[in-house]
Design a protein around this ligand. Structure first.
Ligand SMILES: [Ca+2]
Ligand SMILES: [Ca+2]
Length: 298
């Protein structure tokens, strides 16, 4: 430090000592100094590999998911959500081009290609309202998660009823997941679930009919790349993690010409995440009960 710097440093120290002395001399009766004003940083969004964590309680996927922000965004300012409480969570004010989620979650009691049969969820409707799909107290002590549950009857009539949860990336264009090599989520299957068939899969343009975002390849479709869950309870929340290339088809796609395990080139072709719990066409009754949470790519 040069001589000028030393003197400047001493001046600062002296100033601080004087200010302290003044404050002490004012004693306990003095008014506390005004709260310091800081530049308020914007709220931190989710990492761009997180698909959804259900913490916002809605059925939209995270707006921070890679590829979701298609236009540059400008935030005019951030203000406390509670005007009376400066420590309340900040909310953006005056957002130009607000972020748009890439997809959303839909739960249904799907019955193959037939009209939905009345194999209902707990409650009055055949499709849960969003407020019934996202519940409180999720995996890892988080706030929200997604659960589907209710009785199911399979009449072995070729309709393949199932309790299906779909995370749809987009209505028309596929999602490009080529920045990632796999997907993970937390799964909770209680003892109440008695389904013999439980599967997670990623529906791509190759395995969906054209009407659902497919590329016209398959004439007999829905043989998505996925993995089955073992019978029985998971005993609470468990992590399920899959590199894309370990996800495999059941083998019934027509034509059969694409690989049995997902090739890396199909990472650009994702349309939906699909959970299906049911009896896979076997006559009888079961109870469906499964919960998922904290979805991310890696
Ligand atoms: Ca959400
Ligand atoms: Ca959660």
């Amino acid at each position: 430090m040069n001589k000028q710097g030393v003197w400047m440093g001493r001046a600062v120290v002296l100033g601080l000592l004087l200010m302290s002395a003044l404050w002490i001399n004012q004693g306990c009766t003095a008014k506390a100094p005004a709260a310091p004003v800081f530049a308020i940083p914007p709220p931190v969004g989710l990492a761009n590999n997180i698909i959804d964590n259900f913490e916002d309680g809605n059925t939209s996927m995270s707006v921070d998911l890679k590829g979701a922000a298609s236009l540059p965004q400008t935030v005019i300012s951030y203000v406390p959500s509670d005007p009376q409480d400066p420590n309340s969570p900040l909310v953006a004010q005056g957002v130009v081009n607000p972020p748009v989620p890439l997809g959303s979650w839909v739960g249904s009691s799907w019955a193959g290609n037939a009209v939905n049969t009345p194999y209902i969820f707990t409650g009055a409707s055949t499709s849960p309202a969003p407020s019934n799909l996202i519940l409180s107290s999720g995996a890892l002590g988080t706030k929200g998660y997604c659960r589907l549950f209710g009785p199911i009857h399979d009449a072995a009539d070729g309709t393949y009823p199932a309790f299906q949860l779909e995370g749809k990336f987009k209505g028309t264009a596929p999602y490009d997941a080529s920045s990632f090599t796999g997907i993970q989520f937390y799964l909770n299957i209680p003892t109440a679930d008695t389904c013999p068939t439980r599967r997670f899969s990623i529906a791509t343009i190759w395995t969906l009919p054209a009407a659902e975002g497919g590329n016209g390849y398959c004439t007999s479709c829905y043989d998505h790349y996925g993995a089955n869950f073992a019978a029985g309870s998971t005993g609470g929340w468990v992590l399920r993690s899959y590199t894309f290339t370990t996800l495999s088809r059941g083998g019934f796609l027509v034509p059969a010409g694409i690989p049995n395990n997902m090739p890396l080139t199909m990472r650009t072709d994702f349309v939906k995440l699909v959970f299906q719990f049911g009896r896979n066409g076997t006559s009888g009754n079961s109870v469906v009960d499964y919960a998922v949470d904290e979805f991310s790519f890696f």
